[in-house]
Design a protein around this ligand. Structure first.
Ligand code: FES
Length: 125
């Protein structure tokens, strides 16, 4: 019996193109739709989340790829001002009720960052 292992890594970007305190958006194809996600670099590490606020399940940015607060300390939902801690994704203020952003596990290989699609916790989205 042969074991057929399919690697489902989705290329996001070259790590050199993901700068500290900035974000890169990408889409994840699903059976019936595409879901937007974004990756950030904070203190030299990469963190990625679905672009879905835990308040209303809509994008945090206004399609302008601008997720950070002015001082780069928080991820901010522009709809009603929910704030999330960039490293944990946990809601620390506003109408998101302490829920965390849906994390997208990432893997770095030879200077490229990939989303580990099978390990995404889709929650109820
Ligand atoms: S949709 Fe994000 S705070 Fe309301």
């Amino acid at each position: 019996m042969t074991s057929k292992k399919t690697e489902k890594l989705l290329k996001i970007a070259a790590t050199q193109d993901i700068r500290e305190g900035q974000s890169v958006k990408f889409e994840i194809a699903r059976k019936d739709r595409k879901t937007e996600a974004f990756v950030i670099k904070k203190n030299g590490k990469y963190y990625s989340y679905l672009n879905l606020c835990r308040h209303w399940s809509v994008g945090l940015d206004f399609d302008d790829n601008d997720f950070f607060s002015e001082d780069k300390a928080w991820l901010v939902c522009k709809n009603h001002g929910a704030i999330y801690e960039p490293v944990t994704g946990i809601c620390e203020g506003g109408p998101c009720g302490g829920a965390a952003l849906y994390r997208v596990p990432v893997i770095e290989k030879e200077g490229i960052l990939y989303a580990d699609v099978p390990r995404i916790d889709w929650g109820e989205v």
